[in-house]
Design a protein around this ligand. Structure first.
Ligand code: ZN
Length: 184
């Protein structure tokens, strides 16, 4: 069956501000009762997450239809406060910002540049095989399914988040927020 996820990734959070923004987002979710205040073993991978709270249905689409998410073992919100290459559906083309050529996002095309960025090189370059120009890997066009960030909030197995909630979250964060869905 697999596990679905949706990640909200605030843009332009500098590494110095990650802890403060992680706290702000977490406290917002708790105060609105979207999640419960105590972290439990309800996510995939290491660390804990926050289970759905009494008001979680108010921020998702079609909560009645997908109400079983509240009974799943993996249904928490994971706060990821470290450099992460967030991605959703991987079968999408990426576009060179210089010439507009589409490239399939297979790892052999862009994996090295993502690795360099992940290891701390903010200026890691990806060269376009169509026009030969090199552009920062973070500045390619990813059609919304990739976000480079040092902070993200991943909702495991929740129904799709309502757009007005994503907008509210963005307003609260005072940042644009990338939203991406995927499945593993
Ligand atoms: Zn190009």
């Amino acid at each position: 069956m697999g596990d679905h996820y949706q990640s909200l990734v605030p843009k332009n959070v500098s590494s110095n501000d990650v802890a403060a923004f992680a706290e702000r987002g977490t406290q917002f979710l708790i105060a609105r009762e979207i999640v419960l205040p105590d972290s439990t073993d309800c996510i995939l991978g290491d660390g804990g997450g926050y289970p759905p709270g009494p008001a979680s249905d108010s921020v998702v689409q079609e909560p009645q239809r997908y109400s079983h998410y509240k009974t799943l073992k993996t249904n928490g919100v994971q706060v990821i406060a470290k450099r992460t290459f967030f991605y959703g559906w991987t079968d999408f083309p990426i576009q060179c910002p210089k010439c507009g050529a589409d490239h399939k996002s297979h790892h052999y095309v862009w994996g090295d540049a993502v690795d360099q960025w992940y290891h701390g090189d903010d200026g890691a370059l990806l060269r376009c095989t169509a026009c030969g120009n090199a552009t920062r890997v973070t500045e390619w066009e990813y059609r919304g399914q990739v976000a480079f960030g040092d902070l993200g909030f991943t909702f495991w197995n929740w129904p799709v988040l309502r757009e007005d909630f994503v907008a509210e979250f963005s307003l609260m964060m005072q940042r644009g927020v990338a939203s991406l869905c995927g499945k593993i």
